[in-house]
Ligand binder design. Sequence first.
Ligand SMILES: [Zn+2]
Length: 311
Amino acid sequence: MRLSGPLLALSILLSGCASETAEPDPASCKNNTLAVQILGSGGPIADDHRAGASNLVWIDGKARVLIDAGPGSFVRFGEAGAKFEDLAVILLTHFHGDHVGGLPGLLNAGSFSKRDKPVMIAGPEGSDAFPSASELLEAFVGKNGALRYLSPYLDGSADLPKITSLNIGVDGENRKAVMRNDGLEIDAIPVKHLEVPALAFVIKNRGKRIVFSGDQSFLSEGFEQATRNSKPDIMVMHNAISMADGQPRGLHRDGRSIGEATQMAGAQKLVLSHHMRRALDDKEAVVAAIRENYAGPIEFADDLSCFPVLE
Ligand SMILES: [Zn+2]
């Protein structure tokens, strides 16, 4: 039977209600004692219809750690119910636009927040082609920066919370301590992302361990050594290339390499994010390649997906 008029309107209304009630509440991730929420699950190109790379760690109902702030993450941050004043630290894996493009909007929003404690932005040291974390901060909110009206952030004047920066060396392959307070233990691990200074992060709380791989290639042997047998509760890795020939394997791990690193770490769950269209279109082959080495659970994150670690 074809519906028309009031019957059709009623049918649309009812089906709309049904799908809305079936969707999980994106702001409910905070209800867990410890959880990872993917804010932006996309890559650098808008054709994946996702926000750029960004993740939150929720602890005791507060968004404590922001890892990357890709374009669009500003909107997702609000949808998740996160508050700028709750952040203990902002970790940046590297300074490609798909990982930091949302930061100016977040800092602008932060000037409206009730925060009074300093917040730290930690990221890699610079190179000829890339700034360091402190240079990036200067470029945004320094006295000669693009958003220089926010420069009181740098000395904590004019009622703005002070923002400090930490430049993390990318030489060597060892873990580097980033933070040890408030029950948070955060380490950085240098990774290979072609010539881009880049980091992975390991976050520990209450004996649980979460690994954010960042963008990294199969050449990241230091990452494999540093995470070997560490049995992370969640390992977030990036689904950026297909299994076809000619993919940029100096930039990103393919499915086989993701499976190897995940298995080596003994991860209890693999969360795939930073999806690019070419990888999503080759999903079956990517999963089959991961499965050559890793037998544990695999989750494909969407924007605002929530992965509880402790309920
Ligand atoms: Zn990226």
